[in-house]
Design a protein around this ligand. Structure first.
Ligand code: DQA
Length: 150
């Protein structure tokens, strides 16, 4: 079965209690469970990994290629705006990566407007809350099918 990796960066383990007025009240665990079932209905398995550490996120991106994942859904969180190392990691793999943000980063503080990752991702979804994860999954699956990566 084709595999999708759901990768979440720093502080997203606190979803549900972290600034709910911005990020909503759903927990990361509930998002992971929901996406797993949506992926399965479309014939994909989904593995989820969250880390607060840049190097662990880089390692997970590298592993996604080594372990032949069909695609990655990635919320790099605050590293979006600062991490050239994560951008390089996305560029270093042939696995397609979809960038996702719960909030509309372009409508927030100016330091959030820039994404280091976006130019190396196949696309970016931002501002649709938890539903954005489902949009990212569907967009990625469609991309994988169209590009015969699956
Ligand atoms: C975020 C947006 C980032 O600016 C922020 O640092 C996060 C979450 C989002 O999902 O909206 O941690 O990636």
């Amino acid at each position: 079965m084709k595999k999708i990796l759901l990768l979440n960066g720093p502080n997203l383990n606190r979803l549900g209690k972290r600034q709910p007025e911005i990020y909503g009240t759903d927990t990361l665990e509930s998002i992971e469970q929901h996406l797993t079932s949506v992926a399965e209905k479309q014939g994909f398995t989904l593995s989820a990994f969250q880390s607060n550490h840049e190097g662990e996120l880089i390692d997970a991106l590298h592993r996604s290629e080594d372990e032949q994942y069909a695609g990655v859904i990635f919320n790099p969180a605050a590293y979006t705006h600062s991490s050239i190392a994560l951008r390089d990691a996305v560029a270093s793999i042939s696995v397609p990566v979809t960038e996702i943000h719960l909030s509309n980063i372009h409508a927030r503080e100016t330091f959030r407007h820039q994404s280091m990752i976006a130019a190396e991702a196949i696309g970016q979804i931002a501002g649709f809350g938890v539903y954005g994860y489902e949009m990212a999954l569907n967009a990625l699956i469609n991309y994988v099918k169209e590009n015969h990566h699956a």
